[in-house]
Design a protein around this ligand. Sequence first.
Ligand code: E4P
Length: 216
Amino acid sequence: MQFFLDTANLSQIREAEELGLVDGVTTNPTLLAREGGDWRSQAREILKIVDGPVSLEVVSEDAEGMIREARDLHAMGKNVVVKIPMIREGLKALKVLRGDGIRTNVTLIFSPMQALLAAKLGADYVSPFVGRLDAISRGGMEIVSQIREIYDNYGFDTKILVASVRNPMHVLEGALIGADVATIPFAVIEELIRHPLTDSGLASFLADWKAFQEDG
Ligand code: E4P
């Protein structure tokens, strides 16, 4: 399973990169706006830090505008993946961008049929938003499981990128289902690393060792 970091925050990206856990990064207009400043220079910095795929999202709502933006974003770096929203105009843009050889990540996916349409039109990634689905009690991971089954049935090589991750269980269940990628907020990366029994176990090992050294 590939781990992408779901943030536009440079210090979080640098810290996770040092851990060797960053296979890529996903951003969206909200994440970039949260960092403030010039979004282009922010994106360029991310592209410098991370060798893997970096998703940058278009903000146009018409196919022509999306295509224009996608070509501009693509020119920013070889590891750019252009995020296209799962709307009719986005599907029209998808076909053109595939012809241009521009990698795409179809975002705001909330149903397996949306994921099927995106795959049929050649999306490189689809991003089902599991946390937002769980918030309205529509099992987010069930949608991921259905997408996996459909893609396997027909041999689609579109990658399933579990998004809107809220906790380690989303990552675990995504891995058990066989999703290709999970894009993970920095705080959840920390939760994946920690376990209370690890902390207490280490503390007791070291306490016993300290007592042993003092008795020696
Ligand atoms: C992927 O990059 C998505 O934009 C992101 O995971 C959405 O997460 P949210 O539901 O917390 O906004």
